[in-house]
Ligand binder design. Structure first.
Ligand code: SF4
Length: 135
């Protein structure tokens, strides 16, 4: 049995609590708080204690899904991005850029949130962007 502890940051909200993942044979089995972390000082909320569960969930999406005729089927990233881009372009052409809204998440990094707002404003052409921390 190979056991190790991997430090990370909780991704469930913007607080940024320090966590340790206990990994056994390559599988994350538990989340622990980091006592010396300056943000959470050894504490976690209930979401943080269960941070590892979604990683191993059978419901986790591992590839894009495209809905056709009411049914989802697996797709490649290139296929999903192309279809999404084509549909966004068609909506913008027909209804204008302000018909699009983008919602981003505290579960992604600050850098990804920055890119999302840049994409929304510069590529789509709207200021309709918001963040789950404000909802
Ligand atoms: S443990 Fe709770 S408070 Fe800390 S980052 Fe995660 S969700 Fe936020």
């Amino acid at each position: 049995m190979v056991c190790k502890f991997v430090p990370s940051v909780c991704s469930y909200c913007g607080t940024g609590c320090g966590v340790l993942f206990e990994v056994i044979n390559g599988k994350i089995i538990r989340t622990l708080p980091i006592k010396s972390h300056p943000v959470n000082e050894g504490k976690l909320c209930i979401k943080g204690w269960n941070l590892h569960e979604h990683v191993n969930s059978f419901m986790r999406l591992k590839s894009p899904l495209i809905r056709e005729n009411g049914r989802f089927h697996k797709a490649t990233w290139n296929e999903a991005i192309r279809i999404t881009a084509d549909r966004l372009k068609a909506i913008i052409k027909k209804y204008g850029p302000d018909s699009i809204g983008v919602l981003v998440s505290a579960k992604i990094t600050n850098e990804e949130n920055y890119l999302a707002q840049k994409f929304t404003r510069a590529a789509i052409g709207t200021n309709n962007i918001d963040h789950c921390a404000r909802l």
